[in-house]
Design a protein around this ligand. Sequence first.
Ligand SMILES: [Zn+2]
Ligand SMILES: [Zn+2]
Length: 376
Amino acid sequence: MEKDYYSILGITKHATADEIKKAYRKIAMQYHPDKNPGNKAAEEKFKVATEAYDVLSNPRKKAKYDQFGAEGVQSGGSYEGHFYEGDLSDLFDNSPFGSFFGGGKHAGRKERYGEDLRIKIKLTLKEIANGTEKKVKVKRYMSCGTCSGSGAEGGTAMETCGACQGKGSVRKVTQTLLGNMVTESTCGRCCGMGKQIKTPCSNCQGQGRKLMEDLITFEVPAGVRKGIELTLRNKGNVPPRGGMPGNLIIQVDEEEDDYLKREGNNICYTLHISFVDAVLGCEMEVPTLYGSVRVKIPMGTQSGKVLKLGGKGVPNIDGYGFKGDQLIFVQVWTPQELTKEEKELLLSLRHAPNFIPKPSKKEQSFFERIKSFFQG
Ligand SMILES: [Zn+2]
Ligand SMILES: [Zn+2]
């Protein structure tokens, strides 16, 4: 079906460039996808109107269209909306949409963001296992309370920036094979505000922001590990003279525990027991990330035996799946000093039949057992 670009924009063939622009602007403002999220019909109207404007705003394309119709201006049949030879950027000045250049959803907006800030926090293994709430004091630029972030002394007027004529951005046109390419950058003189201050606020020297100490509370999910970054949106610096704050990026570090060592989501613990306890069996108190646990050591336990406390490791950060385990590596403590009586007792056992090592062939070696535990 032949598209009538004139009726799409609601204008006649005799419309001036200015009228074409106005007509498109009206439709675009009404049907812009940002204003009609999820509305397919609006999106289609916006697309068709943009296509029409792309052609009719360009004298060469318009002439072709007038002569040959829509077929004449569409090379591949499908419409590509990226290469405007005309200049759309001033179309949306002072509109909520900013300009269209850049293509991305937010690229054309004049929202200004402040810098991101980075801090490091050290967490104990217990905090990591259970998740925790943290409070940090961060020095960051926050909106000046005296001038409400404007940078202008209480109620004084602002004047239009001379460098950008109040647009907040400066345009540069470059000739390319695809036609004129327009690049826009933030005006350096007014930092994109389009306005300049006559009398700077004395509290912030016209910056509109001040370095302040902010107490920030946030949740650390269970299962984080060293190197993970948590992002707190809008807790970074406010840009000069108003805008959205950047983010606060929190880098996680782990505090070494004296006894419990993390291996992935498993926790390793070395338990030293006496030679006598190894022979006779015993019960021992073992620390875990979730409080201490009594563990039964069976009689005849060899040094190097690994016991497993299921589910006493670190949980998965995504909240599902199994927790890791705690592995207890049993070490039999060999006395390094002896009294005369102790020595005599041991000497009497030296040749006792049950004290002579007789490892069974089936018994796995120490290293194989450790390997099998890590492989689950
Ligand atoms: Zn101020
Ligand atoms: Zn300016």
